[in-house]
Design a protein around this ligand. Structure first.
Ligand SMILES: Cc1cc2nc3c(=O)[nH]c(=O)nc-3n(C[C@H](O)[C@H](O)[C@H](O)COP(=O)(O)OP(=O)(O)OC[C@H]3O[C@@H](n4cnc5c(N)ncnc54)[C@H](O)[C@@H]3O)c2cc1C
Length: 445
């Protein structure tokens, strides 16, 4: 974009071209003029390689331009999931057991590129390599009275831009904006990730599951070592409260020495022994929805609003669903001629809360308490969970159901209760006694 175009006013400006911003850009550019500002360089020719698990309950919100049958973007159906610890594994095979797959693995970089290119066919413009540096509160033109002339102003090194509605899709990157604008910030942790190329002819033999959720006390107390498989590469990552430096060192040790994952690397490039810290990527990962994510002339979507589940760090759901509801709602708002005043934006927030938080959030919070907040006991509880999965078909069914059932608003919490009882039954006798109050409290909370 040339400098003469600076200081322009747009009906909508989105900051951030991750999954949430790109989806919003695609939807909104169909019916309004929208400018998307992204700090990264244009990545259309070489999309970044990050593979994500998309649980089937998210399918209803995936933008129509992303076709689940397109293997370029969705390279693997999730047919086998391994839940494991250092001693035990349960290999869930939903396709064999209930004839359902619990989701797909999605190449995020390719999905984002598709959404952005489609958005450019509508009323969308993208400004790359532009770091938004400051966003003051909405400017009121008429002494604090709500008016159609009120706007948000955005400062960048390439100039200032004005908008009637600012969509913050900044993920976990720019929480200073949340704070300046009076929003809360979600809980945030460090994440470290490694990528390995594996030729397509070997990948399914070397890595027999699409997703692995592995808990180990020496790796992290707040998340799994997770592996996700694409067509010719895998991503391994974990989330922690430790510093990035400690995590990088630890990740290299895990990759080089941990027997549980060493079969994955038979045909992998790079080989773990030859890796250095430069081969690892660092991220921040946030979770827990913030209490409010609308204010005058500004809305938050995706991870910026903490729309990432507590237990499993599932953020694709929040990214797709929040951008879907935003578009649906803004179209109606525009047609009605109403302004972007906070009260007028509330229905968007209500839709998101009702349809993707509700019971689902309760379930995720309970899981978090069970699996990440019981201190040392969490790993004993985790082992009992893996044992329960192996022994009880109904436990496995309930887990599958949690992944694919679309009605999150009415997600049956009794399914979790059933699993909780079976976990308790599979605890060692000594822990049954000491953990009884903890389980009772969870059951009745
Ligand atoms: C290692 C890891 C693995 C994960 N695996 C899964 C998974 O398997 N399944 C799942 O459902 N979820 C997963 N998640 C979570 C999920 O990927 C994210 O929650 C989701 O992709 C967030 O999308 P977003 O668009 O909200 O944010 P982001 O993808 O973070 O996008 C934010 C964008 O905003 C841009 N930006 C930020 N600040 C500025 C600024 N000031 N100016 C301009 N641009 C800016 C950034 O460059 C970025 O492009 C994982 C997360 C991590 C870290």
């Amino acid at each position: 974009m040339s400098s003469e175009q600076n200081n322009q006013h747009y009906p909508v400006i989105i900051v951030g071209a991750g999954l949430a911003g790109a989806s919003a850009f695609y939807h909104l550019s169909k019916f309004t003029e929208v400018l998307l500002i992204e700090k990264r360089a244009k990545f259309f020719e070489t999309p970044y390689k990050k593979v994500r698990v998309i649980c089937a309950h998210t399918n209803q919100w995936i933008p129509d331009v992303l076709n689940l049958n397109d293997e370029d973007i969705f390279p693997k159906e999730v047919k086998q999931v391994q839940y494991s610890s250092r001693n035990l594994s349960a290999n869930l095979k939903p396709w064999e057991e209930i004839n359902k797959n619990i989701g797909n693995n999605m190449d995020e970089g390719k999905a984002v590129v598709r959404l952005l290119k489609e958005g450019l066919k509508g009323n969308g413009k993208i400004m790359w390599e532009t770091n938004v540096s400051e966003i003051p509160k909405a400017e009121k033109m008429n002494d604090g009275e709500d008016s159609k002339d009120d706007y948000m102003r955005i400062k960048t090194p390439k100039g200032e831009f004005m908008t009637d509605l600012l969509v913050l899709a900044t993920g976990s990157h720019s929480f200073q904006f949340n704070k300046n604008l009076g929003f809360h910030t979600p809980r945030t942790y460090n994440a470290v990730s490694a990528k390995f190329e594996i030729p397509e002819e070997y990948i399914d033999d070397d890595v027999p599951m699409e997703y692995m959720f592995h808990r180990h006390p020496k790796i992290s107390e707040i998340g799994p070592l997770a592996m996700i498989k694409a067509d010719n590469y895998i991503n391994l990552h974990y989330v922690s409260r430790e510093s990035s430096d400690v995590m990088k060192e630890k990740m290299l040790r895990i990759l080089r020495n941990y027997d549980h994952i060493s079969p994955f690397f038979r045909h992998a490039t790079p080989q773990p022994a030859k890796m250095s810290e430069q081969d690892l990527s660092l991220y921040t990962a946030s979770k827990s929805a913030i209490p409010e994510f609308v204010d005058d002339h500004v809305v938050l979507i995706g991870e910026a609003a903490g729309l990432v589940s507590e237990y499993y760090f599932e953020g694709t759901l929040g990214a797709f669903a929040s951008s879907h509801y935003l578009a649906k709602f803004l179209k109606e708002l525009q047609e009605s001629g109403k302004t972007g005043r906070k009260e007028n934006l509330r229905p968007y927030e209500k839709l998101v809360k009702k349809n993707i938080l509700s019971n689902w959030e309760k379930s995720q919070k309970a899981n978090e308490e069970l699996f990440y907040e019981a201190g040392e006991n969490q790993f004993v509880i985790w082992d009992a969970y893996v044992k329960a999965m192996r022994k009880h078909r109904k436990v496995r069914e309930n887990i599958y159901y949690a992944w694919y059932h679309p009605d999150l608003e009415h997600y049956p919490l009794k399914n979790d209760e059933y699993c909780g009882e079976k976990i308790y039954m599979n605890l060692p006798l000594s822990r049954k006694v000491s953990l009884a109050p903890f389980f009772l409290k969870l059951k009745f909370s």
